[in-house]
Design a protein around this ligand. Structure first.
Ligand code: CS2
Length: 501
């Protein structure tokens, strides 16, 4: 991380910013906290915080955000000297726009002071607790979406409910406190890439609450609102080069700006018994049923991302725009979307699905974002079920083929068992990394044995897929090809087998 030592972006230096840089068009000292956000990473700051910034600018001052980090103090350390301010740098091939976001008041660091976070969440003025804690933050079993009661953080939180570690642990304890105090529950707003994310959150929370106290479990199950959302914006991790560039453009140092593409979408189920901001005025969509949008986004955008990430990492492509510049890989991804995913999607009347897929391909090509394949490749065990295995199950149920899905799944197996095609170790970042590595070591490089070993991870593949020959067969064939011919040749053969476009 750079630390230039020059003046910092802050409330005091806002006025000196160059005229073209956007900034909060409201009096920040008049804001009231309405939202506590768990998981204050780049995605939240480039997405929900921006919609909320618009709401505040429109004059509704009741919805400022207190952020919380459930792990490291880095974000607090970067933003505290900046009064919570940071720049959003929106980039594509031919434009770059900078805007300073003011909706986040401060950042709490949960492990340093769990009580401070619990008391922030128990404030009756807080009406929404939103989350971007990534898939693994729900402490669920990815294959069936149920709470993993053996998860170390859940075990900890049941033993120490007043000083939790996990997001579910904090939420359940804060809800309990509000109930005791006679305050209405907040609404829990999941903004993670999970299928039916609100329902997943509620399932996990009611189970955890019930393990603490059956009565609390019933309360969470019956009274807690957990609307589903579909969130979309491509937000690569900020690099030191980005920090230096933004600092140069602002004229003051921003220790942690966020970069994003121009596109942004937020579809929200409208169920907020305690009230909500008018995010629609900022471009969000409130819909009675979000699931069709979530499925479409997870299975088209995120599944393509994961496919490019594993095949791309193996082939030596560092970024998504490099991966999609390979015509064979681009063809494979588009075929995956058109032939194997689209038939599994619910019909969205009046929605231009072809246009949506075209726009995804264009977004993947955005050369101004260095979106690392290694970033997307992480936590595959938590991502595969909703991105690739859900569509695979739907296809198999319909008696249809899954050849491209199988290549993507095999690429993940190949990736987590390393080394890469140049013989270098792959740094697999995944909560199951150790188990996966152990299985891979025991299986060696024989495709059939490796396939069986990794498909045996029930938390990912469930009880059905490993024993389904129409799944296992194509996955093993693709893995054999990846092991013997490599990623590029496997992709080329798949595309050629299909015939000319
Ligand atoms: C990506 C997502 O890292 C990943 O797994 O697929 O973060 C993706 O960029 C966002 O969901 C886009 O909205």
């Amino acid at each position: 991380m750079t630390g230039g030592g020059g003046p910092r972006l802050s409330q005091a230096t806002l006025e000196a910013l160059p005229g073209e840089v956007g900034r909060p068009a409201y009096d920040r000292s008049a804001l009231r906290t309405g939202i506590v956000h768990l998981g204050i990473g780049a995605f939240h700051r480039a997405h929900q915080a921006v919609y909320t910034d618009d709401v505040l600018a429109a004059g509704d001052h009741a919805w400022a955000i207190r952020g919380a980090s459930l792990r490291s103090p880095d974000m607090r350390d970067a933003l505290a000297p900046q009064d919570g301010l940071y720049a959003l740098d929106v980039r594509d091939a031919d434009r770059e726009e900078l805007r300073v976001i003011g909706s986040i008041l401060d950042v709490l660091v949960a492990p340093e002071h769990p009580e401070a976070l619990l008391s922030a969440m128990s404030d009756p003025g807080v009406r929404i607790v939103s989350l971007t804690v990534t898939e693994k933050g729900y402490c669920h079993r990815p294959a069936d979406g149920e709470l993993d009661e053996t998860h170390p953080d859940i075990v900890h939180d049941l033993a120490h409910p007043g000083a939790p570690r996990s997001a579910p642990g904090f939420i359940v304890e804060a809800l309990r406190r509000r109930r005791v105090a006679g305050d209405a529950p907040f609404t829990v707003l999941s903004c993670d890439n999970l299928p039916a994310n609100g329902r997943t959150a509620q399932r996990v929370l009611s189970r955890l609450a019930a393990l603490r106290d059956p009565e609390l479990g019933r309360f969470v199950q019956n009274e807690l609102a957990c609307p589903c959302t579909m969130v979309d914006r491509i937000v690569p991790a900020t690099t030191d080069a980005d920090r230096a560039r933004v600092t140069g453009l602002l004229g003051v140092e921003d220790r942690w700006p966020v970069l994003a593409e121009p596109f942004s979408q937020w579809v929200i189920e409208d169920h907020f018994p305690s009230g909500r901001p008018d995010w629609a005025a900022a471009g969000a969509t409130f819909a009675p049923d979000v699931e069709p949008f979530e499925l479409m986004k997870l299975r088209l955008l995120n599944a393509s991302h994961s496919t490019m990430a594993y095949l791309g990492c193996l082939a030596g492509y560092g970024t998504v725009s490099e991966a999609v510049a390979d015509p064979d890989l681009a063809r494979l991804v588009r075929d995956l979307m058109d032939e194997e995913v689209t038939p599994t999607l619910p019909h969205l009347p009046g929605f231009d699905l072809e246009g949506y897929k075209d726009s995804l391909m264009a977004r993947f090509r955005n050369p101004a974002l260095r979106h690392l394949t290694a970033q997307i490749a992480m936590d595959g065990s938590q991502k595969l079920p909703q991105r690739l295995l859900g569509p695979a199950r739907d296809r198999l149920r319909a008696g249809a083929s899954i050849d491209r899905i199988a290549i993507a799944v095999a690429a993940w197996i190949r990736y987590v068992s390393g080394p890469d095609e140049q013989g270098r170790a792959i740094a697999v970042r995944d909560p199951l990394a150790e188990d996966l590595a152990k299985r891979a070591r025991a299986a060696g490089s024989d495709a059939a044995r490796l396939c069986d070993a990794v498909l045996g991870v029930r938390a990912v593949f469930g009880d059905d897929l490993p024993s389904e020959p129409r799944f296992r067969g194509p996955v093993e064939a693709a893995l054999r090809s990846l092991l013997s011919l490599g990623s590029a040749a496997t992709v080329r053969a798949a595309v050629q087998a299909r015939g000319p476009a």
